[in-house]
Design a protein around this ligand. Structure first.
Ligand code: SF4
Length: 448
């Protein structure tokens, strides 16, 4: 739970000695509360007070590590119910299910395909995180082989799912050092699975039907020393799962420690579109791990896009470096397109220029990462800022024309930009999607 400045101040020596570099203990407490300064910067905090503050400030949801090395991911440690109140910290891990009933070739092919499920979006690489190997056969040897095969072929960390703790033990041994998430689907086997998780140093996912049963189970496992725990409330279907995920997050944030663990949700629809809808919903509300049968790129991309959008910091717009970009083999007659340095704006323009196959310069003006209309409305995208950005490029000496293309939504800026910069202005399409047609049909006219 985040502590207030006053909570922290109560535990400080209150001598105002300034050894921390701040004028008063209260000022120091306020900085600690907003994470601008670490508590350790005060050399006079007693061990008891530090321990009390550490305990009180422990995140309400346990941090759990799955996988090892390059495949390692962390889930949990969330502190908010609503993203806008701060941000969500640990993106949901997306796992694609593979059945151990499949033959060896099918398992390898599917795992390789899952390992390739990665996309480039707004300059960032987004990808599936896990393969979830399901012991549908009930056979320990099949699970062991399938888990090893899926991990090797995908290069990803594993969730190993079984109703039998003994089967999990064999698979965990086969994946020794790779720290799979051991998911015991039968609550009656949870105690035995906890022993496996401890022996193999793996995180454990447990299922119980209903929140009360789940809280009882997690409390018993905590007594056994299992802290690396993920919870499946046993709900299936969109509405019950959404309700359970939301209730667990609410209770965890109220410091109900028995439910203070990351959660796992499974998509259950047989319909491919609904699988993507379900998974995207659980990403938004509040699953830490989503296991799904969806594995086609058209299913996975919207799930990962939702995750990327939900887990960006709402107070920090995603921005590209403000500068002049060359898209394609630009020459001295290439058009100069103006946009802002908001990632989505820039990459929308860049991808449409690429699609048009008309090489162009793209000038990303520094608008503190805001979009064209937002920046225009807040006066960050105006004749002065565009001209300043243009002058910094030195472009004038490199090309044979003096024409800029402004986004159609800010046509109103054209006269001001012409006056301020001395460059001519053409009005481009309102949306980046219109650029290929605009560039090809040559609405853009070079001066004679
Ligand atoms: S060093 Fe500690 S005791 Fe001294 S002013 Fe800072 S917070 Fe207060």
């Amino acid at each position: 739970m985040a502590l207030s400045g006053l909570d922290i101040y109560k535990n400080l020596p209150k001598t105002n000695c300034k050894d921390c570099g701040l004028p008063t203990c209260l000022a120091f407490a306020m900085k600690v509360a907003t994470k601008q300064v670490a508590l350790e910067a005060c050399p006079h905090v007693s061990a008891d007070a530090a321990a009390a503050l550490e305990s009180a400030s422990r995140p309400p949801i346990q941090l759990v590590t799955i996988g090892a090395g390059d495949a390692e991911i962390k889930v949990g440690n969330e502190t908010q119910l609503y993203r806008h109140e701060e941000k969500f910290h640990r993106p949901t891990a997306v796992a694609v299910r593979i059945s151990d009933l499949d033959d060896e070739q099918a398992i390898t092919a599917r795992a390789e395909a899952v390992g390739r499920l990665a996309f480039e979006r707004v300059g960032l690489r987004i990808r599936v995180d896990l393969v979830a190997v399901d012991n549908e056969s009930g056979d320990p040897a099949k699970l062991e082989k399938a888990a090893k095969r899926a991990a090797d072929a995908s290069g990803l960390a594993c969730v190993v799912m079984s109703a039998t703790a003994g089967n999990l033990r064999r698979a965990a041994a086969a994946l020794s050092g790779r720290r799979p998430l051991l998911y015991i689907t039968d609550p009656a086997e949870a105690g035995a699975a906890a022993a496996v998780a401890k022996d193999e140093n793996c995180p454990l996912a447990v299922r119980a039907d209903g929140l009360e049963a789940l809280a009882d189970l997690s409390s018993k496992l905590a007594v056994l020393g299992v802290e690396q725990l993920v919870l499946d409330p046993g709900a299936r279907g969109l509405k019950p799962t959404l309700e359970a995920m939301t209730a667990i997050r609410r209770l965890a944030l109220k410091n109900f420690r028995a439910l203070g663990y990351p959660t796992l949700a499974l998509t259950s629809s047989a319909d491919p579109t609904m699988q993507a809808v379900e998974a995207g919903t659980y990403v938004a509300k509040y699953a830490a791990v989503v296991v799904t049968d969806a594995c086609e790129p058209w299913q996975i991309l919207p799930i990962l896009t939702t995750r990327q959008d939900i887990y960006t910091d709402p107070q920090k717009p995603v921005a590209v470096e403000p500068k002049l970009y060359s898209v394609g083999a630009v020459g001295d007659d290439s058009p100069v397109l103006v946009t802002t340095n908001f990632s989505l704006s820039y990459y929308s323009v860049e991808s449409e220029v690429e699609a048009s196959r008309v090489p162009a310069y793209v000038l990303a003006v520094d608008t503190e990462g805001t979009s064209v209309l937002t920046a225009w409305a807040s006066d960050k995208f105006n004749a002065e800022t565009i001209t300043k950005a243009l002058n910094q490029t030195g472009l004038e000496s490199r090309i044979a024309h003096k024409k800029l293309v402004l986004p159609g939504f800010v046509a109103v800026l054209s006269a001001g930009v012409e006056d301020e910069s001395g460059w001519g202005v053409e009005i481009g399409p309102k949306e980046a999607a219109g650029l290929p047609t605009y560039l090809k049909k040559q609405q853009w006219k070079r001066p004679a």
